[in-house]
Design a protein around this ligand. Sequence first.
Ligand code: APR
Length: 265
Amino acid sequence: MMKDFINRAASDLVSSKYAIALTGAGISTESGLSDFRGPKGIWTTNKEAEAKAYERYGLFLRDPKAYWEEVLGLKGAHGVFYNELKKANPNPGHYALAELEELGLIRCVITQNIDGLHIKAGSRNVIEYHGSVHKLRCPSCGSRVEFGTIAMDRLPPYCQCGKAMKYDIVHFNEPIPFDVMEKAEKEASECDFMIICGTSAVVYPFAGLPRMAKLSQKSKVKVVEVNADPTLLTHEGISDYFIQGKTGEVLPQIVETVRRTLDRK
Ligand code: APR
């Protein structure tokens, strides 16, 4: 059964004209990082941490210094999580998507993950929809700098425009930066194939992208999910088919099947 779906995904990819990948925390669990809503997810197991996550953007607006003390792990535990992300390495799932881009079969990855692992794996066109723990961003003027290129001995770090900078991480209740939102929506409305990997697809506006693709007038879009468990997209029939399994196992098999198909051409 799974083999049939893997063959189908490979065939759909090869015959697509504009394929894109969407990913969530599930693709990074095989890199040793926790997801959020899986059985051992951070929010599943620690409701207090989830509640604090909803307050983080408000903390930045109220007290940028206290925000930085928290996210750098100087106070509280969540900062440790961000530091873990920085040390993680890509897994076969990330490398598989980078290879599909290399083969010219996917145009981009739109990820909710802030761990930077798609870029570390070699993907070049990555839209970091919820930002990146490797960058700082000024909410006022929108400029971004790599973490480590700006002095952090005095908190908060300030932008050249004079305003306090934050992690380039989109926290709950924080708007998606317009540049990112615009690029992601363009890709979702242009694509004719979307592979969605390792996301529960419950957080908007990201979760709206598959629906936007389906409703776009451009072409009949095929949507496939690769996930440990079915999601709302599965149940609502937004995805045309669902491959149940680990992204680190399924995606390399899709690449292998694609390579065999291309070799026969
Ligand atoms: N392979 C496939 N699926 C997996 C794997 C794996 N190795 N590991 C976990 N999963 C699945 C889980 O079963 C779950 O359905 O991936 C999904 C991850 O869902 P979430 O934990 O909700 O993560 P995500 O969808 O990325 O969350 C979206 O919520 O908290 C915010 O900003 C945070 O970007 C995050 C957003």
